[in-house]
Design a protein around this ligand. Structure first.
Ligand SMILES: O=C(O)c1cc(=O)[nH]c(=O)n1[C@@H]1O[C@H](COP(=O)(O)O)[C@@H](O)[C@H]1O
Length: 246
């Protein structure tokens, strides 16, 4: 892998702002300001703080990944995508399990909002393949998908590309297979990042930040290793250091 600059490494980080309200999220974001990383707004924060949290983060100069993992009938997802696009986010996700028509509807919703002049730019749309908390055993025995987990991930990646989406969410362990199937330009956004010695928690398919970078991922989604630290800025800086070390 080519050596990354500090700025390039920071550009790859999406900090999962899994906080209960806007005040807590913005206090954390402020501590990380000036480092060029993205902020990810997920269900906990968005359901509490609403659309204004997106505007608050954008006005502070952050790029925003809105992680609401839409999974519904195509018509509903199309409307959801239109509303999300109007918010001005840079990237959002849907569930690959919703199928091609649903994913296509998400892409259409984006186009409709942009063409109607309701949005300045089109956000990237990506599909969740298999959650990084899902293990091989859970996939086979609970979810009921037979075969290898990596094959299930690649299957959804192919479908999402067919539907016109720009990338997927997967674990860093599947990046090489996704890129081989869908091309190097197909974006991989990878949670399941744990620095050595960090608490794994509910994640199942994990790598260190450095292994994720060496594996060719485009973006690393990192929550608790940064946000639960007593010094989030220092935790982020240590991760960045590990990513750029020769
Ligand atoms: O779409 C996501 O962001 C996502 C997909 C996935 O498969 N696994 C996953 O962990 N995530 C999100 O990534 C973040 C990971 O957070 P930590 O486990 O605290 O680093 C959380 O906000 C999850 O909601």
């Amino acid at each position: 892998m080519p050596i990354l600059t500090l700025k390039e490494a920071a550009n790859k980080i999406m900090v999962a702002l899994d906080k209960p309200d806007a005040a807590a999220a913005l206090a954390l974001a402020e501590q990380l300001q000036g480092r060029d990383c993205w902020m990810k707004v997920g269900m906990e924060l968005f359901y509490a703080a609403g659309p204004s949290i997106v505007r608050d983060l954008k006005s502070r100069g952050f790029r925003v990944f809105l992680d609401l993992k839409m999974h519904d009938i195509p018509n509903t997802v199309r409307g959801g995508a239109r509303s999300i696009t109007r918010l001005g986010v840079d990237l959002f996700n849907v569930h690959g399990a919703g199928g091609v028509a649903m994913m296509y509807a998400a892409a259409e919703g984006v186009r409709e909002a942009v063409e109607a002049g309701d949005a300045q730019h089109a956000p990237l749309v990506i599909a969740v393949t298999q959650l990084t908390s899902t293990s091989q055993i859970v996939l086979n025995k609970e979810i009921g998908i037979t075969g290898q987990l990596e094959d299930a991930v690649v299957h959804y990646a192919r479908l999402s590309r067919e539907a016109g989406l720009q990338g997927v969410v997967a674990s860093p362990l599947e990046v090489a297979a996704i890129k081989a199937a869908c091309g190097t330009g197909f974006i991989t956004v990878t949670p399941g990042i744990r620095p050595r010695g960090a608490d794994v928690g509910d994640q199942s398919r994990i790598t260190t930040p450095r292994d994720a970078v060496d594996g060719g991922t485009d973006y690393l989604v990192i929550g608790r290793p940064i946000t639960a630290s007593h010094n989030p800025a220092e935790a982020l800086d240590n991760i960045l250091k590990e990513m750029i070390e020769q």
